[in-house]
Design a protein around this ligand. Structure first.
Ligand code: ADE
Length: 264
């Protein structure tokens, strides 16, 4: 996969040299280049921003340097252009999986009040343009969002994560949060690892973990439960969910009661 990141703070992206993503780059699994937007300006001051038409606070990123930068990194195909923005659709694990299938992704990091909207319009001719948000909060610019999105996408590329099984049983891979994990010692500061995990009974362990996923999701992310297809739930799932205050109504899980203290 090829990734190009355009930013006025290329140093922000230095973390992409580290750990598994850094290794993927060294191993040739990920061809990632960071570009300085100011290299695509033509004035003495390397200006990238100006005041907003219509008035208001802050500065807006000028269209010309962006057009130069995007033309320079576009290449031959029609890349995905991700523009991180709190005004974008929320980036999800499902999107990370889809994006991991792409040949070429370009990230355009906005700063200040954002990039002149015409850049996104203009780019539609040669890019698949996607404004994406990390979540419902505001960052100072797109760089931190790019670090998160590149990591979420690149770790799904074949060969990047050593044991591909670890990608299967993680949060969000089946619409549920991950189950809690434990390691040695089995008793620590008066806290015991659940006995079933020491039993060696793989079926019981799998059931226990599934129950924990359902309980945890009901407690922490009830919005995810309501998206589940009820047809994928077995009787044991439904029993755990009933305890957590959920029942199937019209094919969807619906909250029937406020969960009691012990239920999560
Ligand atoms: N830029 C500023 N805030 C952002 C957010 N929440 N997600 C993505 N990019 C951003």
């Amino acid at each position: 996969m090829r990734i190009d990141v355009v930013s006025i703070f290329p140093e922000y992206l230095a973390a992409l040299d580290l750990s598994l993503i850094g290794k993927a780059r060294q191993d040739g699994l990920l061809d990632l280049t960071v570009h300085n937007l100011r290299d695509f300006t033509s004035d003495r001051h390397r200006t990238v921003d100006d005041t907003p038409y219509g008035g208001g606070a802050g500065m807006v990123m000028k269209p010309e340097p962006w057009a130069q930068a995007l033309e320079s990194v576009r290449g031959g195909s029609r890349p995905v252009l991700i523009v991180p923005s709190p005004a974008g659709a929320v980036f999800t694990q499902a999107m990370a999986h889809e994006l991991a299938e792409e040949q070429h992704i370009v990230f355009a990091c906005g700063r200040y009040e954002g990039i002149d909207e015409r850049v996104l319009e203009w780019a539609k001719d040669s890019f698949d343009v996607r404004p994406l948000s990390l979540g419902d909060y505001v960052l100072n610019g797109g760089e931190v969002a790019v670090l998160a999105m590149v990591e979420a996408i690149a770790r799904l590329l074949p060969g990047v994560v050593g044991n591909p099984e670890s990608l299967v049983e993680e949060s969000h891979s089946d619409g549920l949060l991950e189950y809690p994990v434990y390691t040695k010692p089995s008793a620590w500061r008066n806290l015991e690892v659940p006995a079933v995990l020491l039993s060696g009974n793989h079926a019981r362990i799998a059931r226990h973990r599934r129950d924990e996923q359902l309980r945890r999701t009901a407690l922490r992310r009830p919005d995810l439960l309501e998206l589940l297809d009820a047809a994928t739930l077995d009787r044991a799932d439904l029993a755990v969910l009933a305890e957590a205050g959920y029942a199937v109504v019209g094919g969807r899980l619906t909250r029937t009661q406020v969960p009691s203290e012990g239920s999560a």
